[in-house]
Design a protein around this ligand. Structure first.
Ligand SMILES: [Zn+2]
Length: 329
């Protein structure tokens, strides 16, 4: 259901967004290195650590004071390693220790708006891990399908708060474009990867494949998912080899799209104003890995096996693209 819903939505998501982006960049056609290029309208203002903490905790508190309370000790008790230093591992994560203690968060905070979102993301994991700890060592960690729920939800709360606080249409446009771009990377791109794997494995079941045949599958999926504005450089046909998941954890990539789509659907329920939403949401996080997603989503009236469920989340992305298009003169 997820794969089909996303593939059907390529034209209204990635094709439309990249056509806008090409226009902003003043390009007729885009190359793959333009895909994630910074927008010319972005400024390079930095957010200091105190302001980032304020932004994330207040976004959490507006959703529920309890959520901010759980997140607070990460800052006040030194559970976050945020500073960049020589020899430190790149990236970011939240990691539990044992369920009777508390998790830690690792970041490389440089003050970019993207780093504020990463903080919101990892703290979401942290809150999830604290709440799920009551399940004990064996059942606290969530399956892949739910692993990114609280993190992406925490990001969404922070993004909505920043969006509401935008002072100019320009600021709003930069925030919306950034969010759309990152959701396209998570939803469209990862499903295109998954689709490539399905087609590759199906072809391989029919017989051995040459590199040219693998390249051809890759290019057809890339063209279909990124849209007509892209012109692919020579050599891009072997870029399937840069995704380690294809070899080390086949089909894993769907989980990113699953997580984002799930949170967008949950967020849509939250926006519809269910007064019990917060209580249900905390119950879901407290369940850790003890229940299947069908059971956990039922209280919200959601069912991930229904293609309409995924459309709910995809509509949120396309509504943001509608707004970006409407901002054009
Ligand atoms: Zn995460």
């Amino acid at each position: 259901a997820l794969r089909n819903a996303v593939v059907a939505a390529y034209p209204k998501l990635s094709h439309r967004y990249y056509a806008l982006k090409a226009k902003w960049l003043g390009l007729e056609t885009m190359q793959i290195w333009d895909r994630n290029a910074p927008l010319p309208i972005e400024d390079d203002k930095l957010v200091d650590w105190t302001a980032a903490q304020e932004m994330v905790l207040s976004a959490y508190a507006e959703f529920s004071p309890e959520m901010a309370e759980i997140a607070k000790p990460f800052f006040t008790k030194g559970w976050i390693d945020a500073a960049v230093k020589p020899g430190k591992a790149p990236g970011a994560f939240a990691h539990p220790t044992v369920t009777t203690v508390h998790p830690y968060v690792m970041l490389n905070y440089l003050g970019k708006p993207r780093d504020v979102m990463t903080l919101a993301h990892e703290l979401g994991h942290g809150v999830h891990q604290v709440l799920a700890a009551q399940q004990g060592e064996l059942l606290s960690s969530t399956p892949l399908t739910l692993a990114e729920t609280a993190s992406v939800f925490g990001e969404m709360l922070t993004f909505r708060k920043l969006l509401a606080a935008a002072k100019t249409p320009q600021e709003r446009k930069v925030l919306l474009a950034g969010k759309v771009e990152s959701m396209i990377n998570t939803v469209v791109r990862q499903i295109a990867f998954y689709d490539f794997e399905c087609k590759l494995h199906a072809a391989r079941a029919e017989g051995e494949l040459t590199p040219d045949q693998i390249n051809a599958i890759w290019m057809s999926v890339q063209g279909e998912s990124l849209g007509p504005v892209f012109e692919f450089m020579d050599g891009y046909e072997t870029f399937w080899s840069y995704i380690p998941h294809f070899v080390h954890s086949p089909f894993y990539v769907y989980a990113y799209a699953f997580g984002d789509g799930l949170v967008n659907a949950l967020y849509a329920v939250y926006e519809e104003g269910d007064p019990e939403f917060q209580a249900k949401y905390f119950d879901m996080l407290r369940a850790g890995g003890s229940k299947h997603h069908t059971e956990l989503l039922a209280p919200f009236g959601l069912d991930a096996s229904d293609p309409k469920f995924w459309d709910k989340g995809l509509s949120m992305i396309s509504a943001m693209i509608d707004e970006l298009e409407a901002m054009e003169d």
